[in-house]
Design a protein around this ligand. Structure first.
Ligand code: BTN
Length: 336
């Protein structure tokens, strides 16, 4: 593990990160942080020594051009502008599953927003008992502990909240992802991200939720096991250049927190609308596997609880849990 950053370096880095692509003057940094110009220069050089690329231009100042491609607290903490998510960060080089670890922490009383992140997983889990390919040092694998004030019956809403937030983060990275119900992110029919929602609840309240999120960021097809290669893609493969993972994870946590806040304030209605707008499922013919049954029909909508509504054989089936296969788009009816 790399050494911890001394506080002043962390502050200089956070200041530069907040400015994004803009230059900030040495004077602005020294005024804001109460440092001498010489101290700012020293901290910039120390950060460069740790692998941060910081451009310097006379009369314009400094600009954060690149961060090291590692996902430790050292890289992530200064990039986070969240109030809860990731403020307590448990970072690992290798772990069985970030979600298993987060569940253990939740049972021991972890606070809302604690995040477990790892460079690789040896037992990454997907939905419905599947495994999640987790090649080292290429992608993003993280799990957030949430303590929402919601009755257990509303927990499925959080899965859709997370899918909308991750869709936004992947789109911000320049990749036009969409959502397959309930929460798979696909590009060109291939999976780029998945979300696993697990929880513990009493009859009338949720104790904790763990949102486990995996995004294929910089992996190439050969990094994945052969059997999943036809079904997966990554940000690198879609846009042709790698994404800085720490910045991407920070953007994921920001998007997730913004959507969770909106959901807590305004309820499910705005999330439902946002989900519809990002959906790849609605208006398609689908094959749904649920509770030992298979249903083929047209995905018409999601209801006010997030269930998928599928019209099949003259009636509308409400699907609360299951696996959806997209078949073909349903042709628009000729109004004449
Ligand atoms: C799916 O689409 O099946 C959900 C995949 C979720 C994978 C993530 S990676 C981080 C977290 N840890 C796990 O073991 N699983 C989730």
């Amino acid at each position: 593990m790399p050494p911890e950053l001394p506080h002043s370096e962390e502050f200089v880095l956070a200041f530069l990160a907040e400015a994004g692509d803009e230059y900030v003057s040495g004077e602005a940094i020294s005024d804001k942080l109460g440092l001498t110009r010489a101290a700012v220069w020293k901290h910039v050089n120390a950060l460069r020594g740790l692998g941060y690329r910081i451009d310097a231009m006379p009369a314009r100042g400094y600009r954060l051009a690149a961060v090291p491609d590692r996902l430790t607290a050292l890289e992530l903490r200064p990039l986070l502008n969240t109030h809860d998510l990731g403020q307590v960060l448990h970072a690992f080089e290798v772990i069985g599953s970030t979600s298993d670890h987060a569940k253990g922490l939740a049972e021991e009383g972890a606070a809302h927003g604690e995040v477990v992140i790892a460079e690789s997983q040896t037992a990454g889990r997907g939905r419905r008992g599947r495994s999640w390919a987790s090649p080292p040092g290429k992608n993003a694998y993280f799990s957030a502990v949430l303590r929402p004030e919601l009755p257990p019956g509303r927990a499925p809403e959080l899965t859709l909240v997370a899918s909308v937030a991750m869709c936004d983060a992947v789109r911000q990275a320049g990749v036009p992802a969409g959502i397959k119900w309930p929460n798979d992110l696909l590009v060109g029919g291939r999976k780029i991200a998945g979300i696993l929602t697990e929880l513990a609840a009493e009859p009338d309240r949720i104790q904790w939720v763990v949102l486990g999120i995996g995004v294929n960021v910089n992996a190439r097809l050969e990094d994945f096991p052969e059997e999943v290669r036809p079904e997966v893609t990554s940000i690198l493969l879609e846009r042709g250049e790698p994404a800085p993972r720490a910045l991407f994870v920070a953007a994921c946590l920001t998007a997730l927190e913004e959507w969770l806040d909106l959901h807590a304030e305004a309820g499910f209605a705005p999330v439902r609308q946002a989900w519809r707008e990002r959906s790849l499922t609605l208006g398609r013919e689908v094959l749904v596997r649920t509770e030992g049954r298979e249903i083929v029909g047209t995905a018409e909508d999601i209801d006010e609880r997030g269930a998928l509504l599928v019209r099949a054989g003259g009636r509308v089936e409400q699907i609360l849990a299951g696996d959806v296969k997209l078949l073909r788009p349903v042709p628009l009816r000729d109004p004449g």
